[in-house]
Unconditional design. Structure first.
Length: 297
């Protein structure tokens, strides 16, 4: 397939759009030009040409009647190609994945990285020096160097592809973690205590997945040979817990903590009462159970 985009200075939207296309359409050939005949002959055109028509694979957004998202946000060329080819690109970046995982990753990135670049490219979002759009634009050759514009564009696209691949993998890993937390919650003897067999990001599953009964999450720390009992916060990033650990445990360590909690292998209880630990799984679960019992007295 032959694709065309504009030559000259590039921005994050056309660079990321090309990164998406390369992943979704292996072997795609890109020409950067504004020549009308080349645009007309191309199999796919993005960010140039004055036309948005997915049926003929035309993906410009610079017209008066420009394509908009449902909330009114204007698309950039990245958003348009992400809508059309993003799911195929996600599957490629992940090396294959279940359709529900691909869809979850696509939606997450569409609502974060992609729409942020859409906004910035259309002048309705800020792009400071550290913003991803500014980083990509810094690949453009400066005025007093003789760098090749197309080579610079390809280098920027390589970076964009790496970012997309890592973002896809992070979101996919988060989705796998959610599935494991949901499974642990379903099999729990007490819905208030979620026991995980490995350390993983559990917060999204608890707060976005409706685990409103969960008070404590138990998980191991193999590196330090201990099991944590973590109190669930009232909301993500909040310092307030649904049920703090008992006041009489706060700040205690080792033997003193073990005696206060009634277990044999206690390690510590944080002074803020949001986390404590023991060296065994059974004791970590017992800490959660005893904290609940103390609150019910």
């Amino acid at each position: 397939m032959k694709a065309v985009t504009h030559d000259g200075s590039f921005h994050a939207d056309d660079v990321f759009a090309y990164a998406v296309l390369r992943a979704a359409v292996p072997g795609i050939a890109l020409e950067r030009t504004r020549d009308a005949d080349a645009v007309e002959r191309a199999d796919l055109v993005f960010d140039v040409g004055g036309l948005f028509d997915p049926q003929t694979r035309r993906f410009d957004h610079h017209m008066r009647d420009r394509p908009l998202r449902d909330d009114g946000t204007p698309y950039s060329s990245l958003g348009l190609l992400w809508r059309e080819y993003g799911r195929t690109a996600v599957a490629a970046f992940l090396g294959g994945a279940e359709p529900d995982v691909v869809e979850a990753v696509w939606r997450e990135l569409d609502g974060s990285l992609v729409v942020e670049i859409d906004r910035t490219d259309n002048g309705i979002g800020l792009a400071g020096a550290g913003h991803l759009s500014s980083v990509i634009e810094a690949f453009n050759p400066v005025w007093d160097e003789s760098g090749d514009q197309n080579e610079a564009f390809t280098a920027a696209a390589d970076l964009a592809a790496g970012i997309l691949a890592r973002q896809c993998r992070q979101v996919a890993a988060s989705e796998r973690a959610k599935s494991m937390v949901f499974a642990a919650s379903r099999s729990a003897e007490d819905a208030r205590i979620v026991v995980l067999d490995r350390k993983l990001p559990w917060e999204a599953a608890v707060y976005d997945g409706g685990l409103t009964d969960a008070l404590y999450v138990i998980y191991p720390d193999e590196a330090h040979a201990r099991w944590y009992c973590r109190s669930v916060s009232v909301a993500q990033n909040s310092f307030d817990q649904r049920l703090p650990l008992p006041e009489r445990w706060a700040g205690l360590r080792d033997r003193e903590f073990s005696q206060a909690a009634g277990i044999a292998d206690g390690v510590f209880c944080h002074p803020s009462r949001f986390i404590c630990a023991a060296t065994s799984r059974a004791s970590a679960i017992a800490l959660a159970q005893r904290s609940i019992e103390a609150a019910e007295r």
